[in-house]
Design a protein around this ligand. Sequence first.
Ligand code: PMP
Length: 332
Amino acid sequence: MDIKQGFVDTVGNTPLIRLNSFSDETGCEILGKAEFLNPGGSVKDRAALYIIQDAEKKGLLKLGGTVVEGTAGNTGIGLTHICNAKGYKCLIIIPETQSQEKMDALRTLGAEVRPVRAVPYKDPNNYVKLSGRLAAEMDNAIWANQFENLANRQAHYETTGPEMWQQTDGKIDAWVSATGTGGTYAGVAMFLKEKNPDIQCLVADPMGSGLYSYAKTGKIETEGSSITEGIGNSRITGNMEGAPIDDAIRISDRECLRVIYQLLRQDGLFMGGSVGINVGAAVALAKEMGPGHTIVTILCDSGSRYQSRLYDPQWLASKGLSVESLDLPTSG
Ligand code: PMP
């Protein structure tokens, strides 16, 4: 018998997919961990589960209690699924700039959703800080605190990294990933470096995020912006502290878009924006390393969460972008 014991038992153990068009183009094996196949639809299900289980183990979360979190959406969706399955409530503070699809999903699942103005981290009304204050003021509530809570990267250290290692028989030359909280990047990088210190670990960064300059010069510079959601940072989070970083690659919106449309048209994969940054960086690295290398990255979530943005010509035009101008290879 092989029966999953409810929703939480179905998180993780995702397939590792050879991205055929980009692998054939570069002569490298470019492999994407299919995190969009998690039951809540994103890589953040793993962190959400570990954070809730950790709070339960510590006796901080009791039946009927509330999980409060500031999130770009995916962590909130993962948390709400798990809260529903375990008898908790969920209060989600989300910047109002995030996609309507993610807001709608959160409300449908039954989270209490509070959209707030998107202000920088240093502002006391930043969504992350606000979620911490609200949790502290409530009875029988915990703050998931995904940016600083190390249960987040532990999920990837104990599950995502080992799964990749097993799925490739340890034949990995490089690991590349964008960071939001950094939990995915750091947990996998720490695990892989322990297994084989020769594996190169690189941060993929969108424009406007400070980790590229941090990796290159030790200083955080955040000029610019990106059409992607859920990734990029202006600080080193608790989850990123101590993570090995060999180098970083910066990917433009145009390149990100080219990648997700090629994945859609040539590989049959309908992906969100952070995947464009991840796979774009993997392709750039493949070209730099030369043929014959294996590079792993993350397919974080599905394009359906961004239908009204990345896959809407009018929205793209409002950002000065168009699919026609992307020089996509013609599909066979
Ligand atoms: N991609 C998407 C779409 C996300 O929502 C997130 C998390 N906000 C990430 C990537 C980054 O994951 P992590 O928080 O583990 O760095």
